[in-house]
Design a protein around this ligand. Structure first.
Ligand code: MD6
Ligand code: FE
Length: 215
């Protein structure tokens, strides 16, 4: 039966990637323009930069952050810092919209009451990738991580508890949200090289917000 809403694309159903890990396709589509505007405001105070790694290299992904603390890396290691090492100032505060989108997505994936205090913002230019890693610098691994993708698409590589575990390849599009915690919280993951392109909202970039409970 035809109805008024036939022309509205129905959001794709949530998909379980592993116990505790959910892909919520398009879950942030509606908020994407506002989220992107807020990224611009954050970057005006805490500019994107290529952080040093303990091994002497440099991150090819450009990063900034906001919240009570944000993730940093330098010659001394990985950690959460209450201030931006580049400016010495506290990180910009976590926008209410980041918090609300993340806690709603977490609840949808079974993690009711998620209250992030930190958001790492990644920016990928075409050709940039992120190697397989675990997120283990947070204090409480019972808390999930909520990841929001904006702009150019990317291939998410989702492995397992061991680095050598087989990897699922999952396409991440503008507006998609990933939530994971529980048994999958320490699974290895990465991002394949971002392909050339131009996105109507973000131009020649992919952005990723990861909302965390750091402390
Ligand atoms: C990215 N994401 O999507 C990189 N980490 O650019 C991550 O490294 C990540 O998406 C922890 C939880 C969710 C993530
Ligand atoms: Fe990660």
């Amino acid at each position: 039966m035809a109805d008024l809403f036939d022309h509205v694309p129905s959001p794709q159903a949530p998909r379980v990637l592993a116990p505790g890990a959910w892909l919520l396709p398009g879950a942030a589509l509606e908020q994407a323009p506002a989220l992107f505007r807020l990224i611009g405001e954050i970057a005006a105070a805490a500019p994107f930069r290529h952080m040093r790694t303990p091994g002497g290299g440099q991150m090819s992904v450009a990063m900034t952050g906001c919240g009570d603390r944000s993730w940093v890396t330098d010659g001394k290691g990985y950690r959460y810092s209450p201030t931006d090492p580049q400016t010495g100032a506290p990180w910009p505060s976590l926008p209410h919209l980041f918090h609300d989108v993340a806690s709603r997505a977490a609840a949808e994936a079974g993690f009711a009451g998620f209250t992030p205090d930190s958001c790492l913002i990644n920016r990928y230019a075409p050709g940039i990738r992120m190697g397989l890693h675990q997120d283990r610098d947070e204090r409480d691994f019972t808390q999930p991580i909520v990841s929001i993708s904006l702009g150019l698409p990317a291939m998410f590589l989702f492995g397992g508890p061991r680095r050598a575990d087989p990897v699922q390849r999952i396409g991440l599009n503008h507006g998609d949200i990933l939530v994971w915690g529980g048994p999958a919280r320490l699974f290895h993951h990465g991002i394949g090289p971002v392909r050339d392109g131009e996105h109507p909202l973000t131009g020649p970039f992919r952005f990723n917000l990861t909302l965390r409970r750091a402390c």
